[in-house]
Design a protein around this ligand. Structure first.
Ligand SMILES: [Zn+2]
Ligand SMILES: [Zn+2]
Length: 250
């Protein structure tokens, strides 16, 4: 079988370091599976049975990861997609920070995958998930950008994302965060910095996704709370949807 090409070279680099993992071609894609050891320096903490799939379009697409030992409950609270069983090792929106273009599979294994299973081991011991936990669905994405942009509301987040995606940043405009200050006295530094590091395309894409999610959630919210049609901000609709979901699931 053909085990050549850049993707296999990345896989071989992982196998050289993780001796209990092995790899095989899987419908023209690459599957890495076996025992994954997590450690704290040189001390082994825990072992998990995992499977990693590199799709045809890897590294454009991120590696997909599963815990296959049946040890982690398939629930959103444990950061497992309930239907597919896929581990959510990181929010796709965070890729530019945690696994930017140019990093390889070993970085992914030693970064996001290792942190994910450290988190699982801590939760199994009754401790809290370490820093950097996001809710699933649109709420996690909205919270992520709110924190990244130091944004006070969803409406402000959407405006700030538009500013990051705009062809030029003009400091004299009113700040998109709706503070009433000029941009240069408010979010300008942050907008510049995020635009440079994350890129304007991702900002516009995230804004589109959040807007679509707002519409979808607004329809659900109004179906349950007809009075919600009077809500004036997207933030209010979004938070009502979140509260409704939390109430339904508890
Ligand atoms: Zn998750
Ligand atoms: Zn501002």
């Amino acid at each position: 079988m053909d085990r050549s090409g850049p993707n296999w070279r990345e896989v071989d680099e992982v196998l050289a370091k993780y001796h209990l993992l092995h790899a095989e071609p899987h419908n023209g894609e690459i599957q890495v599976s076996g025992t994954f050891t997590i450690s704290d320096g040189s001390d082994e903490i825990e072992r998990y049975q995992i499977r990693i799939l590199l799709r045809h379009d890897y590294p454009l697409s991120m590696p997909e990861v599963w815990e296959i030992g049946g040890r982690i409950p398939k629930t959103a609270e444990r950061h497992v997609q309930p239907i597919t069983g896929q581990a959510c090792v990181m929010l796709p929106d965070q890729r530019w920070e945690l696994w930017p273009v140019g990093r390889n599979l070993l970085h992914f294994v030693e970064g996001p995958i290792h942190s994910y299973f450290i988190g699982q081991a801590l939760v199994e011991r009754g401790e809290k998930w370490p820093a950097g936990e996001w809710a699933h669905d649109a709420f996690g994405v909205a919270d992520y950008y709110a924190q990244l942009l130091k944004s006070p509301s969803l409406d402000a987040t959407l405006n700030l994302l538009a500013a990051i995606g705009a062809p030029a940043i003009k400091g004299y405009i009113d700040c998109p965060c709706l503070s009433g200050k000029r941009l240069w006295h408010c979010h300008q530094g942050r907008v510049r910095d995020i635009r440079q590091r994350m890129g304007s395309a991702q900002a516009l894409d995230a804004r589109q996704r959040l807007l679509r999610d707002c519409e979808r959630l607004a329809a659900n919210v109004v179906a349950v709370y007809p009075d919600a049609v009077t809500l004036r901000t997207r933030h209010a609709v979004f938070e009502l949807a979140r509260a409704g979901l939390n109430a339904a699931s508890s």
